[in-house]
Design a protein around this ligand. Structure first.
Ligand SMILES: Cc1ncc(COP(=O)(O)O)c(C=O)c1O
Length: 484
């Protein structure tokens, strides 16, 4: 095991440097720097040698956990492996040196990538067009709701401000609706975990802007009543928004457009294998049905009959939602992934993700409480241990998993169960990895009865043990030295 205590932050030694520049290089350039921008005092940067810097950051990176170091069963997050070829294509000089203010005719290749990606996303989802501008799933939700609102307003249907959201929804759904100035109303789930259509019916009136759903939902269950729900919501003049964060198990099998959805987002950083979370940046393209094309944000890439690409805007555009085109390098990576899999293999991703999730679920359901025992899609939710006599919590189980070398699953979400443990293996893990994870989870269930203290104090072998997660989120320390 590594000695993490040796990782000290203050390495600076007066006079030590890690660079060598030609003496006269900056003197020659100095007159060009405006006076107001010239530094008047020392920068206060650490004075360190190159090996000091390289070792410091390499050691720091080895304290971290990521999809490149281990299995990451983080439910609702689709932490699939990020193929390295994605990085290679995204680093091609033609892509890295392009400037967003270049004239259109000098960046035809860049626009072609956007256009090809849009076509592929349309094929996979059954939507008519996509904007690639949004930077994340939640940003996609906000953009989609802006399109929804703009659609109703352009028809002078001003009182449509109600957005229906299921009680199993991801927190970003009601938050995005509220940020968009819409009113959130909750619809209940049935005991089998899907939307209660009888609870939905009385909510449907002429104030409904739309419903936000994800299918499979956050319990990993397919909403089998989706066609009926689509008819009911359309019947009262509302639109259907699809939260595509859970699109992974449907890849190549089921298309939101065919289920009746009018607007949707995808998380390229989940379903299309681009880095996620701290490894981002993300991208949340928004797709619409043909009737809503005109409302997509600006700028939108289109192709003319001569094979030339242009940036344009629809007449009812919801406006700009990002600087320039969004996260272009993420688009290159997602297109690489789609082209690498091809039409045939992309159809395997969804079924394999569902197979892996069901394999893990079935292998553990005698040790962990499975509140809804159905065939799942890409993920499933346990509600703590089957044997609750030890009082061991979801948090303690998650922390102990770190000692076994696995990232923790999502815990305490969805809010429907007190000790929710949400597991999503994805299609990129081998049976060996899944078996090792299953064994660790079974060991933990045994330890809960035989030596519960080991769980109370877990983790034991990580560089940082239990951090104050609230403080870390609300007052993160992002500098190595206190600034007065
Ligand atoms: C179901 C669901 N919807 C929306 C989001 C938001 O996506 P992002 O984190 O890219 O903003 C997530 C993220 O985990 C999610 O799981």
């Amino acid at each position: 095991m590594k000695n993490y205590d040796k990782l000290i932050f203050e390495l600076s030694v007066e006079g030590r440097t890690g660079f060598s520049l030609p003496d006269n290089r900056w003197e020659h350039r100095l007159p060009e720097i405006p006076e107001v921008l010239c530094r008047r005092s020392e920068s206060g940067l650490p004075q360190v040698s190159e090996p000091d810097v390289v070792r410091h950051y390499t050691n720091l990176s080895s304290m971290n956990f990521g999809v490149d170091t281990g299995f990451y069963p983080l439910g609702s997050c689709t932490m699939k492996y990020n193929p390295k070829i994605n990085e290679e294509t995204a680093s091609l000089p033609g892509f890295t040196s392009v400037h967003p203010l270049q004239p259109e005719e000098t960046m035809q290749g860049t626009l072609q990538v956007c256009h090809e990606l849009e076509k592929a996303l349309c094929a996979v989802t059954g939507m008519a067009a996509f904007t690639l501008c949004p930077f994340a799933g939640a940003h996609g939700e906000l953009t989609g709701l802006m399109i929804m609102r703009q659609y109703h307003m352009s028809r002078n249907d001003m009182k449509r401000t109600k957005v229906i959201v299921p009680d199993s929804a991801h927190g970003t759904n009601p938050a995005s609706a509220a940020v968009c100035g819409l009113r959130v109303v909750q619809v209940r789930s049935t005991p089998d975990g899907t939307i209660d259509v009888e609870d939905l019916k009385p909510l449907l009136d002429d104030t409904v802007a739309g419903i936000m759903m994800t299918n499979p939902n956050t319990l990993g269950l397919f909403e089998t009543e989706i066609s009926r729900i689509a008819d009911l919501v359309h019947g009262c003049g509302g639109l259907l928004y699809y939260d595509g964060a859970n699109m992974n198990p449907l890849l190549g099998k089921v298309r939101p457009g065919d289920m009746g959805f009018d607007i949707m987002h995808l998380n390229l950083h989940k379903t299309f294998s681009t880095p996620h979370g701290g490894g981002g940046p993300g991208s949340g393209p928004v797709g619409v049905s043909a009737a809503l094309w005109d409302y997509l944000p600006y700028p939108k890439v289109t192709a003319d009959g001569d094979g030339k690409y242009h940036l344009m805007s629809g007449s009812h555009t919801a406006g700009r939602v990002s600087g320039f085109m969004g996260n272009f390098s993420v688009m290159v990576k997602a297109l690489t992934y789609i082209m690498m899999l091809g039409n045939k293999n992309i159809r395997m991703a969804g079924p394999l993700a569902a197979l892996n999730a069901n394999y893990v679920k079935e292998s553990l359901k005698d040790c962990y409480r499975l509140p809804i025992d159905r065939v799942c899609k890409h993920e499933f939710v346990f509600d703590g241990l089957a044997d609750t006599s030890s009082g061991i919590t979801a948090l303690e189980i998650a922390k102990r998993l770190l000692d076994y070398g696995f990232h923790a699953p999502t815990i305490y979400f969805p809010l429907l169960f007190h000790q929710a443990i949400m597991i999503e293996p994805t299609e990129t893990e081998s049976k060996d990895t899944l078996d090792a994870f299953i064994e660790a989870m079974r060991n933990i269930a045994r330890e809960a009865v035989s030596e519960p203290d080991i769980l109370h104090d877990a983790p034991h072998g990580t560089p940082v043990r239990r951090s104050d997660e609230t403080l870390a989120a609300t007052r993160p320390v992002l500098r190595y030295r206190q600034v007065e």
